[in-house]
Design a protein around this ligand. Structure first.
Ligand code: FES
Length: 119
């Protein structure tokens, strides 16, 4: 879904598990892009502790996982721009079903059914 907004809110979890995985550095990387069109802030636990640092982008409520400082530039360039798209490779798969994830599952199922004779 293309993004038609020109203003964004980015929240970066600053709770324990995410901090252990570098969330302070991830927040700092996003803050380098702060502007009139972008609000970046830390937030409390978002309930995705096993896949942090967790980053959410509004509008659209896009959830990213395992976001490293270098990923901030990618998200800014590909998502947080008029007409931008979420960065599929960084989406949290628990919260965003991707077409490629479904395709992989379908391929695995097809391979399984062809390799195992039915009883
Ligand atoms: S500690 Fe970051 S989502 Fe829970």
């Amino acid at each position: 879904m293309a993004n038609s907004s020109s203003r964004y809110l980015i929240t970066v979890c600053q709770h324990r598990s995410c901090l252990r995985n570098g969330a302070a550095e991830t927040l700092a990387a996003f803050q380098q892009h702060q502007s009139d069109h972008l609000l970046v802030q830390g937030c409390e636990c978002q309930g995705q502790c096993g896949s942090g640092p967790t980053v959410r982008v509004m509008p659209g409520d896009t959830w990213y996982c395992r976001v490293q400082p270098a990923d901030a530039q990618t998200i800014m360039e590909q998502h947080c721009t008029p007409g931008g798209q979420p960065v599929e490779s960084l989406l949290n798969p628990r919260l965003h079903q991707t077409q490629s994830a479904y395709a992989n599952l379908a391929e695995q199922y097809q391979a399984f059914t062809q390799s195992q004779p039915a009883d």
